[in-house]
Design a protein. Sequence first.
Length: 384
Amino acid sequence: MQLPQLYQFPWMTAELEDFRHQVRRYLKGEFAPHMDAWRRQGFIPPEVWRGFGEMGFMLPEMPESLGGSGVSKAWQLVVQDELTRVEVPALTGVHSIASHYILEYGTPEQQAKWLPQLVDGRSLAAIAMTEPGCGSDLKALKTSARLQGDSYVINGSKTFITNGSTCSLLVLACRTGEAGSKGVSLIVLETKNLPGFRVGRRLEKMGMHAGDTCELFFDNVKVPATHLLGGVEGRGFAQLMSQLPYERLLIGVPAAAVIEMALEMTVAYTQDRKAFGHAVSDFQNTRFKLAEVATIAHTVRGFVNDAIQRLVDGTLDDTAAYMAKWWCTEQQCKVVDECLQLFGGYGYMNEYPIARLYADSRVQRIYGGTTEVMKDLIARKLFV
């Protein structure tokens, strides 16, 4: 089944489409056959990303001087689209965000030290923000980093950390000063064999089973003072906020992909499945439901593609990104639920991809800022 062709955006170049097909072929051969095993074990082996990086797929948007291809962020968003289609969780999306913190705010020495290994897949990055006592309220975080001589000593804990057990580079949001946003800094940790750093439980989730999500603990962890991102304390909150439009699209693009996947597989299933002597697709309810889903798919993709163009042009404002994040993910959950219903009892079986999409989709409305937080941020602009 083919959706109607959306009008062309300038970011949709022939070169980028060729790149998309290269990513798709690689994922079909190197990732898709292993996804069931990776879901069962609860993580994707970190060494897998080395091949992905060597192909130029990990961080194509990084400057050529640091190992990337020097292309726009649209290329990374295409990678995320294709990863979603083989049911890979948003692991490299987190990796990309962490890398952009280093690119945008790191000193030249920090960039040269860490970015090449993130580009080629030698290192996998994670971001540690959320704590047991504070979710979206980053101003309230308590994990502390105290300067002692030429080192920071870090104490505290984090939870719900994507890539937590498989990362080798961790961008840590911590408190280096006073209460509130002005006391927050970002410090980069090289986690391998780091004394005092401990990975706790690999958390069992409702979905996204191939992605490791962990608790992290810091017990007098010492890191060089040169690992303070940008070299100046108290800038962490602003650094985190500055990447939010891009982060929202890293969630919105998979929402569009999942909606399209759900529609395609449901059209195929209802044509094959018989009920009362007819194909399920022959019933008017089925046809009307799928017509609604197709309309949502078309609208979401148009919204996302427009937002990508604005991101590339440098005109994507925070409010539009908030809208894309909450609305697209809400539509994702609505669509997958509607499609699963048309599968009947088989839709509830994990052997069917629609069941996995249902479980995986639910967190989209939570991580990266909940729907409620997104709406509140939008509303603030309405009542200025």
